[in-house]
Write a protein that binds this ligand. Structure first.
Ligand code: NAP
Length: 515
C-alpha cells in the first residue's frame, strides 16, 4: 500500500521535530529536507532518525531540482556523508532512505548506505513537463535492484497526467514513486496507490514553513478527509471536475459521508484543461461519477451518451455518471435550487412572484428553468446581454444588461420580490465586488446568492444591511450534492449521516476552508 510521507521543511531541527510530533499519527514516514535547514542546523542531521522515532528520508534537494540547496556538489556530498556516517547496527537509528538524483555518482557513499539498510530513492525531477518514454528512463535510472525510482514531473495539463499514469502502469515489478507536481496533478497525489506509487509526499500546510513541491496536500487532510491509507486499487473513484476548482465544498461533503458510512470510495478534485482530456483520464482511472462545474457544465454535453430531460432543456449538466452506454448527464442544481428557495421562502410555488436573476451562465439556466416550472416570472440581467436574451427567450422572461438600463427595468417593472445572484462575482478567488451595485435594496426583497464561499458576498452583505431576508448557496449545494450521491451510489443518502454532517456543516466547512 502507498505510504504518506510528511515533508519537513522547517529551518531548524527542533521545529521539524515539533511538527513531526504534532502530525506523526497521519504519516507513515517523513522526509528531512536538509536544504531547507539553516546552514548551522545542518551539522546536527545525523541524530535526526533517532530523535524522530519513525522512518526518515534524507534529502538535500538542489535548486535546479526545485529545492533550496545552492552550495556546490562537493558540499552536498559531504553533508550526505555526514547524514549516513557512523551507521548503527540498529536500523532505526539510521536514515531509512536517502534521496539521490540520477546524475549523482558517488559509489562509496551509495554502497555505505546499502550496507546499513538505507534504501536509495533514485530521483529525477523534471520541471519542464513530461519527458518521452518514461518507462525506458526509469529502467536506465535504476542502478541496483532494491532502489526505488522516483519520477517527479511538473504537469502542465490533464494530458500530461494521463501520460504519467500510463507510464506508471507500464513500469511493473519495481518500487517506484510517480509524482505529478502542480495544480493539474493533485489527484495523482491522493490516488498514489492507483498510480502504483510507493509513497505520496504531503506537508503540514497550516504550519506555514518553507513550501514543499507545488500541489502537495495537507497531511491531515490526506489521511483524515481522503482516508488515503484505505484507498486500494478497488476503491471506487468519484470527483469534481472543472477549472480552476477553487474552494469546492464537494470533496469535503462526499469524503465525510464516505468516511461515516465506511464506503470503499473516494472523491477527489479533477482540475482539467479540457472535457476530452478529462474523460480520457476518467476512463483510465475508471472514475464512476463526476460533479461538473465551471467552465464545463455546457461543454460536457457533446461528450455524453445520454442526458436527462432537464439537461436537454437547460443545456447544462452538473453531474455525469456511468451508464451502460457511456456517460449520462444530469442536472441536480435544478432540484437543489428550488428545494432550497421554497424552504427559504416557506412557499410551495412561485405563482405571482416577480424574480430578478443576475447572471446567465450554467447555474442561471437551471435557476430560470426552475422559476418557470414553479410559476414565477423573471427578468434576467447579465453582463453579456445576448446570453441573458438567449436564456430568457426560452421561458418568455424579460432580459437586460447589468447596467443602468437593466436596473431601471428591474425597478420600474417590480422584478424585486426575489433576487437571485448566480454569477461567480464575489466568489473566493474571483472579483470581490457586488455585481448589482447599481441597484438600491428596499429591504423588502428576498435575496439569494448561489455563492457559499465566502458565506456572505459583498452583494449579500449589502442586502442584509438594507434589511432583506438573505440566504447563501450552502443549503442549495448540500441539497444538490445529496441528489448526486443518489446517482453515484444508486441509493439515497443515509438520513442519519446527513444530519450528522449538516448540524455542524457550514461551520466545519468554513473552518476547513480558512485553515
Ligand atoms: P458560468 O457558467 O461560468 O457563468 C458565470 C456567470 O457569471 C455568467 O453569467 C458571467 O457573465 C458572470 N460573470 C463572470 N464574471 C463576471 C463579472 N466580472 N461581472 C459580471 N458578471 C460576471 O458559471 P456557473 O456554473 O453559472 O456558476 C456561477 C456561480 O454559481 C459560481 O460562483 C458557482 O460556484 C455558483 N453555483 C453555486 C451552486 C450551489 O449549489 N450553491 C450551484 C451552481 C453554481 P458573462 O455571461 O457576461 O460572462
Amino acid at each position: 500500500m502507498a505510504k504518506i510521507c510528511l515533508c519537513l521543511t522547517a529551518k531548524t531541527i527542533e521545529r521539524n521535530l515539533e511538527i513531526l510530533d504534532k502530525y506523526r499519527k497521519f504519516a507513515d514516514l517523513a522526509e528531512l529536507r536538509v536544504d531547507c535547514l539553516d546552514p548551522g542546523e545542518r551539522l546536527f542531521i545525523r541524530r535526526f532518525p533517532e530523535m524522530a522515532g519513525m522512518p526518515i528520508i534524507l534529502t538535500i534537494r538542489r535548486d535546479i531540482d526545485g529545492g533550496y540547496f545552492t552550495g556546490g556538489e562537493g558540499a552536498r556530498v559531504k553533508l550526505l556523508a555526514q547524514g549516513l556516517a557512523y551507521a548503527n547496527d540498529d536500523a532505526r537509528y539510521n536514515f531509512a532512505y536517502v534521496d539521490i538524483e540520477e546524475d549523482f555518482d558517488v559509489p562509496s557513499l551509495e554502497e555505505a548506505a546499502r550496507t546499513f539498510g538505507t534504501r536509495i530513492i533514485r530521483s529525477c525531477h523534471n520541471m519542464n513537463g513530461v519527458i518521452d518514454d518514461i518507462p525506458a528512463k526509469i529502467k536506465s535510472m535504476q542502478r541496483a535492484g532494491d532502489e526505488i525510482v522516483k519520477m517527479a514531473i511538473v504537469v502542465k495539463s490533464t494530458e500530461d497526467v494521463l501520460r504519467v499514469y500510463q507510464a506508471s502502469k507500464a513500469c511493473t515489478g519495481q518500487d517506484k514513486i510517480f509524482i505529478c507536481m502542480g495544480h493539474y496533478g493533485i489527484y495523482s497525489r491522493i490516488l498514489a496507490e492507483k498510480f502504483g506509487s510507493f509513497l505520496t509526499y504531503s506537508s503540514a500546510l497550516s504550519e506555514n514553513e518553507t513550501p514543499g513541491a507545488s500541489g502537495q496536500l495537507d497531511v491531515r487532510e490526506l489521511a483524515e478527509l481522503y482516508r488515503f491509507q484505505k484507498i486500494t486499487k478497488k476503491t471506487k473513484i468519484f470527483g469534481v471536475a472543472g477549472y480552476p476548482l477553487k474552494a469546492s465544498i464537494s470533496p469535503w461533503f462526499f469524503n465525510t459521508i464516505f468516511g461515516l458510512e465506511n464506503a470503499d470510495a473516494v472523491y477527489v478534485p479533477f482540475p482539467a484543461n479540457s472535457v476530452s482530456a478529462l474523460l480520457d483520464i476518467a476512463k483510465e482511472l475508471d472514475v464512476q461519477g463526476l460533479s461538473v462545474t465551471v467552465p464545463y457544465k455546457e461543454a460536457a454535453l457533446p461528450s455524453l451518451a445520454g442526458s436527462s430531460l432537464a439537461v436537454q432543456s437547460i443545456g447544462a449538466c452538473n453531474t455525469i455518471y456511468r451508464s451502460s452506454n457511456g456517460w449520462f448527464g444530469e442536472n441536480t442544481d435544478c432540484a437543489g435550487f428550488s428545494d432550497s428557495l421554497l424552504t427559504f421562502l416557506d412557499k410551495k410555488n412561485l405563482k405571482r412572484q416577480k424574480v430578478s436573476i443576475i447572471g446567465a451562465g450554467g447555474a442561471a439556466r437551471a435557476v430560470a428553468a426552475e422559476i418557470y416550472r414553479m410559476g414565477g416570472k423573471a427578468l434576467i440581467l447579465n453582463r453579456t446581454i445576448n446570453k441573458a436574451r438567449n436564456v430568457a427567450s426560452q421561458y418568455n422572461f424579460r432580459w437586460g444588461g447589468l447596467d443602468n438600463q437593466g436596473i431601471e427595468l428591474m425597478a420600474m417593472s417590480n422584478y424585486s420580490d426575489i433576487i437571485i445572484q448566480t454569477t461567480s462575482v464575489g466568489m473566493e478567488g474571483y472579483d470581490d465586488v457586488d455585481p448589482l451595485e447599481l441597484y438600491t435594496f428596499t429591504g423588502k426583497e428576498a435575496v439569494m446568492d448561489l455563492i457559499y464561499t465566502p458565506p456572505e458576498t459583498p452583494f449579500l452583505k449589502r442586502a442584509a444591511a438594507a434589511g432583506c431576508r438573505i440566504i447563501n448557496g450552502y443549503d442549495m449545494v448540500i441539497r444538490q450534492a445529496c441528489l448526486q450521491y443518489a446517482l453515484f451510489m444508486d441509493r439515497e443518502i443515509p438520513h442519519q449521516l446527513l444530519s450528522r454532517i449538516n448540524t455542524s456543516g457550514a461551520e466545519t466547512w468554513n473552518k476547513i476552508r480558512t485553515g
